[in-house]
Structures are given as C-alpha cells and as structure tokens.
Design a protein around this ligand. Sequence first.
Ligand SMILES: Cc1ncc(COP(=O)(O)O)c(C=O)c1O
Length: 403
Amino acid sequence: MESLKSEFPIFANAEKEGRTFIYFDSASSTQKPQSVIDAITEYYGGYYANVGRGLYWPATQASNEYAKARDKVRNFVGAKSAKEVIFTSGTTDAINKVANAVLLPTLEADDQVLVSEMEHHSNFVPWQQACIQKGADLKVIPLTTAHTIDLAALKATLNSKVKFVAITAVSNTLGTKNDIKIIVRLAHAVGALVLVDASQLTLSERIDVQKLDCDFLTFSAHKLFGPTGIGILYGKQALLERAIPFSYGGGMVALVNQDETTFADLPAKHEAGTPNIAGAIGLGAAIDFVESIGVAQIAKHNAALRTYTVHLLNQIEGVNLLAEDAGDASILSFTMEGIHPHDIATFLAEKGIAVRAGHHCTQPLLKSMGLPATVRLSFSVYNDQREIEQLKTALEEIKSFFG
Ligand SMILES: Cc1ncc(COP(=O)(O)O)c(C=O)c1O
C-alpha cells in the first residue's frame, strides 16, 4: 500500500511546493489517482464528442467508452444488466430522483416511509419532504448502543403501511455498518421497497446488489477516486421500467409528436439531456483503479489504520472516541474534553492535516448522541501509520495549547 501514494499527484505536488498535506478526509471525497485524471484528459483531448448521436469516429469512440463505463459499474455492483445502471450527478441526485419518480406518485396520506437516525441529510430530507407533501408519516428508526440500526425497533415499526425504507449501509459519521441483507428481507416481508445509500460502502466491501436484493442502490464516484458530478443509481429493471422518467428532454425519447411522447428503453429513459460523459469515463477509470487493488485489500488497509488510530488516540487523556469498536470501518469520529471540534480542525489545518469537524450532514444523529459536532478522521490507500503518529503529536500539542 505504501507505493500507492505516488499514484496520487496531489501529494508530490504539495511536497514540491513545500507544503505538508496529510489527508484524513476521504469520507468527504477521495483524492484522484493519475489514471483517473488521464482518462478524463484523454477524452477531452483525444476523442471528444457527444455520445449517442454522431456517426464520425470521435462520436463512436466516446459512445463506446461511455457504454464501457456503464458496464464497469454493472460489474462493480453485480447488477444483472447495464439497463439497471442509471448515471446521475451523484448520490443526492439519485435519491431525489427515486423519491420524486418512484415514491411520490404512489405515496398517499397515512402511508409510512422509514429512514434511520444515522442517515446523511441527502438520505433524509428528500423522504421527509415527500412525506410532508403527501401527508405521509416519516418514521425514524433509532440505533443500538453500538450505533447500528436497531433491528428490533425496525421489526416493530414495519407494517403494511410502510411503502419505502431508505437506509445507509455505513454511517458517514461513525463508520458503523448496518446489516443490509436482513433489513431488505424484513422490509420486503411487508411489501416495502428499499433504497440503500452505499456512498460509504463502495470501498468497505464488495457490493452485490443481487445478493443484497435491494431495490435501489446509489453511490457517488468522487468518494471512490472518481470525479465529482457523477454517481450511479442501480435499480431493479422492472422498477426502473415502471417508474415515470426522472426528467424529460432529448435522449430519453423514442417518438415525439405534438400530443404525446413515447420513451426510450432503459437506461436512456432516465437520462435526459447530454450526460456527464467525462465523469462516466472517469468513474470507469476509478473502478479499474479499485479493481486493480481489490476492495477487500483497500478495506483491510483502512481498517488497520483505524485500529492503529484507536490505539494511539486512546493514549491521550480527554480524547473520547465514538463507536470505537466499529471493527472494519475506515471512519473514526472523536471529541476532546473542553476543546471545540472546530478549534481542533483549525489547529490541524494549520499543520497541513486535513480532517472534518461539524455535524457531517447528520444532524439527527448528532442530536441523538447529544453532541453539537465531532472531529472526523477517514482513511484511504494513501494514508500510513507515520501520518497517524503525526496526528497524535499534533493532538497532544492542541491539548497543551488549550491547557
Ligand atoms: C452516507 C452519505 N450519503 C450521501 C452523501 C451525499 O453524497 P453526494 O454529496 O456525493 O451526493 C454522502 C456524502 O458525504 C454520504 O457520506
């Protein structure tokens, strides 16, 4: 894993400029390897054209690369068909699309939608607003003391009025992991559909949508070494076929006349307008990068760094680690007695150490834990033990600085 850092040009560039740059914010967005940057540059500089229409060589090459990227995603998540892979602008966009095009048209007053207490705002607010619009009930499933979804509470809440369950696989604040397979089975037993927010799962375990049996699953490329502005929505083919189009316009139609329009087959039906071609190609290259290392290997590396961090930070009196035992996670949140998380992040930033402080877009979770904010560390393939030792030294300095 040591050698992987050299594949990410930002670190060598920082060093050339004499800057320290230790990046512990990969849960927010990962850095980009040269291969992803090159794939995007090659498209713009080597065969740039729009997809799906032109018959000349850059157009056919761009269309082929765009299709190849979709197939890489299909393989990455274990979908049956590339028709089940819809490109979106990211997780947030995908969730809004499912809430508006799948849930909203059939949601009625007194129906119920379930989310959990640990959801990112992106997997909370769209469902909350859909419920408000239709007078339906949003139920928030609490967590166990181990900070995972309380399956007993979930079971007790599920009933035939529940239309939809939207849950994250991994908490972006604590790193804890939910048992998606069981949750899907329980939800299906009452006839509810399930969307899995896999934003933090992609580098934690091999995703297999067929084994999970989830109805929808989404993630953003930028947390997976890929570019911003692109993500995917996996949906079971029958559900995507049944859904009204996510938006209307060019590229998603079969036949248009003055009175009516028939729509294209999947996946085009849900991808109106010129897509993010460079983004899709960049995502394809990011998947190649991940596959060349292996998700299991990446997860093992990240989990080992987290374990080492737990070990070192526990040596500092006043540091309170949250969900310390979340075994194979790559995320670790903590607080320090008497020092505000923002002061810690500011102090670390001055030393070139990048961490996150705040609510991490999970205000309901932090409220339930009685915390205004945490400091969040998240690890990736370019981090190593030496960096964690530097972090420890910096935290000790902060402690003595604040007395
Ligand atoms: C669990 C989770 N869900 C959703 C999102 C939103 O992702 P995006 O901003 O890429 O749409 C994030 C991003 O931090 C996340 O961690």
